[in-house]
Unconditional design. Structure first.
Length: 279
């Protein structure tokens, strides 16, 4: 399947489907929370399998359970109006659980540090990061806030690919982990998100962004784009380190869940902070 067809399918099918999960607000956006939990599960599964290819890893069902538990706690906090700081407290509490299991069940401790580090990393990446998407549901205008986030990440990724394809032939190879990335592509990502953010002030998200200054909109676009790029590159590092081309094969034309959600997971904490403290 060509890249152009993939992008068109994502735009005309994937994005509308995701928005259909975002729009229903009953029970604290239950459909969206379910989708977040599914991607947390799939991401934990794929990341554990990648790490297991070259390293000793922790008991897989426990790591997946602890990963998925964090988005569920975040959802319940929003549903019952509990302080979201509980999510931040639950994350470090899970670490002693891993320590205890390793201490009481392992006979050979030569690779215990690697197993524990891989387990904590999987939980942080696949469990903690998606909670910042879940936390967006507690804000006023939550539907618009979450839709804006999803679209900004999509535009960042797609603009980078399109501009890189058109103008990046002679400025690629600047990053070893992803040699097809180009300077033109990075510039295109920033220009695309900045343009959309400014346009949204007047067209797409007038109620949400109508009172925002251009400076705030540019900050929003630049931060989300930077985090999205880093998320994409970081996942490339994980895959190359473990000898994988794709994290999985569950999504047609995209590979695994991690291949599709890496930028969004990485950008979610920064977007949440901007919404919480700047807007």
């Amino acid at each position: 399947m060509s890249k152009i067809i993939q992008r068109l399918l994502i735009f005309f099918v994937g994005i509308p489907v995701v928005i259909c999960f975002i729009i229903p607000r009953f029970l604290n956006h239950l459909p969206l929370q379910f989708l977040i939990t599914i991607f947390s599960f799939m991401s934990a599964w794929e990341l554990h399998d990648m790490l297991a290819a070259k390293n000793r890893t922790f008991f897989k069902p426990l790591i997946i359970f602890l990963s998925v538990l964090l988005p569920v706690i975040s959802y319940l906090c929003g549903l019952f109006k509990i302080n979201l700081a509980v999510v931040g407290t639950a994350s470090p509490i899970e670490c002693p659980v891993i320590f205890a299991v390793e201490a009481f069940t392992t006979k050979d401790f030569s690779e215990s540090n690697i197993k524990i580090a891989n387990g904590i990393f999987t939980i942080a990446y696949s469990g903690l990061l998606p909670t910042f998407i879940s936390r967006l549901t507690v804000f006023d205008h939550s539907i618009q806030i979450i839709c804006l986030f999803v679209i900004l990440v999509f535009i960042s990724d797609s603009a980078a690919w399109l501009i890189g394809m058109l103008f990046g032939k002679n400025n690629r190879g600047i990053i070893a982990v992803s040699p097809n990335k180009s300077v033109a592509g990075f510039i295109g990502a920033y220009l695309g998100t900045i343009l959309f953010a400014i346009l949204s002030k007047y067209v797409f998200f007038k109620d949400l962004l109508g009172q925002c200054s251009f400076v705030k909109l540019i900050i929003l676009a630049v931060v989300v784009t930077t985090a999205s790029i880093i998320g994409d590159l970081a996942e490339s590092v994980f895959k190359r380190s473990c000898g994988f081309k794709d994290s999985g094969n569950v999504i047609l034309g995209r590979g695994g869940a991690l291949d599709s959600i890496d930028s969004m997971f990485a950008a979610a904490p920064f977007y949440y902070i901007i919404v919480e403290f700047i807007f």
